[in-house]
Design a protein around this ligand. Structure first.
Ligand code: PBG
Length: 324
């Protein structure tokens, strides 16, 4: 049966009817706010390539986390910017490092906030790669030991979830084993399972000062054209004990969010990365796009594709828009 009997426009006539037949809903519960923590006190330092985002010292992170929770966002993910970097990134497991201090501040000021930590070496190494180097390449198995130390230090500081983003083989299993044998069996793992070598991380690398000094990350992050390999990565991470799996970036990989959601029965997270954020902010500031509508349309597309959780720098703005 078709026109004139069928007129889909009948259900688009008024906002009330559109509300009634809306298929996908975004909620502040779906959102996770990424935050950059630096050393010191009283610091709130704007990041040029990410208008509206700042690097903050732990005390300010605590204050901001409390406001974010009050806006309805249930979780943050922390990235550390240490003062000292070395070849193996040893500041990553300093129990008084920026991330560890920020976890404690957040637990004090917003005790119900779920605190997730990014577990990776690239912000902590002087060469900017995601692990220890050997012969010009990142040494997979030697890096596992470093990631384990970092994850344990975050767990000790009170992290609820650790999120390895390095793409080393076997890291989820190594971290799960270390947590379980050190009385942290309650700490969950959100694995960056299908993380692609993407141009969309550009602004983040300025924010975290984590660009590799030589070469690139294509020897460990995934090749953008590969979808079956992404499903294999997800399967391996679930086998190794991942509680939540992630696809990253989100927009250029919406097909994979959908496929992961269809195939696996664990929560699926998607990372709406820095480049996706900055494109909209920049176009909005130039008056080329309606920033708020573009933000909401982008987030709903990620949800519609199947994401249960969305990591986004827009988390607080979107939560306020949704509840106001
Ligand atoms: C690695 C990490 C990166 C991002 C999150 N974790 C950068 C990279 O792999 O180069 C990117 C996030 C973003 O672009 O918003 N620790």
């Amino acid at each position: 049966m078709s026109f004139p009997l069928n007129r889909p426009r009948r259900l688009r006539r008024t906002e009330t009817i559109r509300r009634m037949v809306r298929e996908t809903r975004l909620s502040p519960d779906d959102l996770i706010l990424p935050m950059f923590v630096c050393q010191g006190r009283g610091i709130k330092d704007p990041i040029e390539a990410m208008p509206g985002v700042t690097r903050m010292s732990a005390d300010n992170i605590g204050i901001e986390a409390r406001e974010t929770f009050a806006a309805g966002v249930p979780a943050v993910i922390l990235f550390g910017i240490p003062e000292r970097k070395d070849a193996i990134g040893s500041e990553a497991w300093n129990d008084n490092g920026p991330v560890q201090l920020a976890i404690r501040e957040i637990k004090e000021r917003a005790p119900e906030m779920c605190v997730i930590t990014d577990v990776c070496m690239c912000e902590y190494t002087d060469h900017g790669h995601c692990g220890a180097l050997a012969g010009g390449e990142v040494d997979n198995d030697a890096t596992l030991e470093l990631l384990v130390r970092e994850a344990l230090s975050h767990a000790k500081a009170g992290a609820d979830i650790v999120a390895p983003s390095d793409m080393m083989d076997g890291r989820v299993g190594a971290i799960r084993h270390a947590l379980d044998t050190n009385k942290f069996s309650q700490v969950a793992i959100m694995a960056y399972s299908a993380k692609f070598a993407s141009a969309f991380y550009g602004p983040f690398r300025e924010a975290a000062d984590s660009a590799p000094k030589s070469g690139d990350r294509r020897g460990y992050q995934m090749d953008p054209p590969n979808a079956r390999e992404a499903l294999r990565e997800v399967a391996l991470d679930i086998e190794e004990g991942a509680d939540i799996v992630m696809v990253k970036p989100a927009l250029p990989y919406l097909d994979l969010i959908w496929r992961v959601k269809e195939k696996f029965n664990v929560p699926v997270a998607a990372y709406n990365v820095s480049g996706e954020y900055s494109m909209i902010r920049a176009a909005g500031r130039n008056g080329w796009i309606d920033e708020e509508r573009a933000m909401m349309e982008m987030l709903i597309s990620i949800k519609r594709a199947g994401a249960d959780l969305i990591l986004t720098y827009f988390a607080k703005d979107a939560a306020r828009k949704l509840s106001g």
